[in-house]
Design a protein around this ligand. Sequence first.
Ligand code: T1G
Length: 706
Amino acid sequence: MSELVSYETRDGVAVITINNPPVNALSPGVPEGIGDGVQQAVSDDTIKSIVLIGGGRTFIAGADIKEFGKVTSGEKKPSDVFHLLLFQLEDCPKPIVAAIHGTALGGGLETAMACHYRVAVENSHVGQPEVKLGIIPGAMGTQRLPRLCGISKAAEMCAKGDMVTARDACDFGIVDKIVEGDLLEGAVAFASEVATSDTPPRKTREISDRFGQPQANQAAVEKLKAGIAKRARGQIAPLKAIEAVEMAATTPFMDAIKKEADIFKECLYSDQSKGLIHIFFGERTVSKIPGISKETPRRAIEKAAVVGAGTMGGGITMSYINAGIPVCLKEVNQEQLDKGLERIRQNYAASVKRGRMTEDDVEQRMALITPTVDYASLADVDIVVEAVFEGMELKKKVFSEIDAVAKPDAILASNTSTLNIDEIASATKRPESVIGHHFFSPANVMKLLEIVRGKASSDEVIATSMDLAKRLRKVGVLVGNCFGFVGNRMFGPYLREAQFVLEEGARVEQVDQVMYDFGMAMGPLAVSDLAGIDVGWRIRQEIKHLIPEGMRTPLVADKLYEMDRYGQKTGAGWYKYEGRDAIPDSTVQELIETTAREAGIEKHDVSDQEIIERTVYALVNEGARILEEGMALRSVDIDIVYVYGYGFPAWRGGPMMYADSVGLDKVYERVRHFHETQGFWWEPAPLLKELAESGGTFGQFVQSAN
Ligand code: T1G
């Protein structure tokens, strides 16, 4: 047998074990190895049945995703080895039992379904997550799954891509038995038992009595599609997955799998799939930091403190207590503290109302908070996260006070969104322990954590921060210490252009709609209203001195501020609000037009395409500078920041990959055009110019830089 698959026998049962760590993906050699094992078992008369099991921590996590790029780039020919294996398993005259622990995902579940029976341990999961990679199950999963659990459940699993627990899978008919105790022992016992049956092994593709009632299925599928229109807006794979699953009840198996293969191929070669696969690997790449390894020591984080119980401080506290880490929550006075605690309670109450938590869960979490108005209470914590008002003097004062009481090896993290970490660190006697932990609002929900490396931040503190991000269920991205770091530094030009196009003739709702249709979670003006026009105004006051002379600046936001239109919180901003519903406001449109006229700004017909290019290329051009300066380690780090922190569509792969897919020569050409027609602030980033002229991509720049 190959190194990837081993074979042994136990009391008349052949045990085929896959050993392809870390997740037993179906890399080249694995399907072949399983096939050889089955062959050997069939030709051995002493063997009555077969168990297929994963070595290490899991069953099979699916096809090897790294192989997809090789196929779509033409480097490798698609292979039918895996399909042939699944037929070999299903047609095997001796019963085969898949023994599942960890996860059986994608091709892993497809393998298990081609076996005759499936047993699983209680804490395992199964699923068809392919849509999360922009594809559909491509090895007959869309046809076998509905034969086990019915059309509507299979459609839901294939279209949403979420895993289900083994227990649920058992209830749905996907898994035959939950094994208590040792999985292999249980599976061998099960295999010995089914071997005594007189009936031939059950083939999933021949099961036809579980599809469910057509009318009920149709109603469920319609509901599912409505949900997908919101949840996976703009994505093709989920609807294609439903189409494929629905075929199962109406089309003969052999015809349906040909159609499944066509749809799979169409999805695999799409830009959406490339974008989502880029994000899948990107999410894992960002945790890899040159110079920091598994051996880099970490500091233990068992207790935290959060200074400031405002919106951000409250959200950060929730992130910690949700992860089971106790928090000492510090405010300046009892009144502020009570307000902050009340806000946290209200947030949890909303989760209880939605059925996501119980009252007991809330009480358990609230019990992890120790409220205080006294810095002395912070003496025994392992990390202090400062979340006070954005202002350098205040932050420095707070840091020196924390420094005075915190234990010597405590990490001091600032949640600043723009300020210089080194200057903040200078207020302490431990700059090596000072770092930025920039959370995104709402901090208990948003997955991004920008980890800002100061010039003195130690490797130990960085490594601890990256691990901590995972514990808080965030994606930590290490960024450099520059104004606005990665996310907000790029967001400035994006928001600027969104406002410029308004002054040049676009309408507020047009700009937001175009960007929403592009795939952004929200349009830029709706985001400003959510974040607060007053917050934007305050930041502009802080950075006035940084704006180069002669640069055009947006004019209307300041006027909205002067009119007390702070956005959603005051019921009016770029829009007027009825509850959370944004309603276009003719007063604002008039304000924009008069302001632009008075400033002598020339009007033109702003096309939807121009809105996309002006806003997204502004992001990309700044991203190129960030990359060149080393403020982001790789272009994918920028993509992850934008997908997880700013609602950039994952299926476009983030702004840098989007630019790569458009072609940097084309992007550069448009940036040059804006430079000529708009002004010096559009000067192409040197890296963009260089890559465009040499035919390179941001993705490749990563590889050559590391
Ligand atoms: N292929 C290649 N590498 C994979 C992989 C896969 N399927 N899954 C994980 N890895 C790598 C990952 O990049 C990381 O690498 C390491 O394994 C550990 O992963 C024919 C079309 C299984 C739940 O979509 O959801 O089957 O960073 O850090 O948190 O229809 O990985 O260490 O170098 O995520 O314990 C469908 C994707 C494929 C499953 C484990 N399957 N994987 O989570 O560890 S398409 C998936 C996951 C398909 C068929 C089709 C998770 C996990 P490195 P990790 P984890």
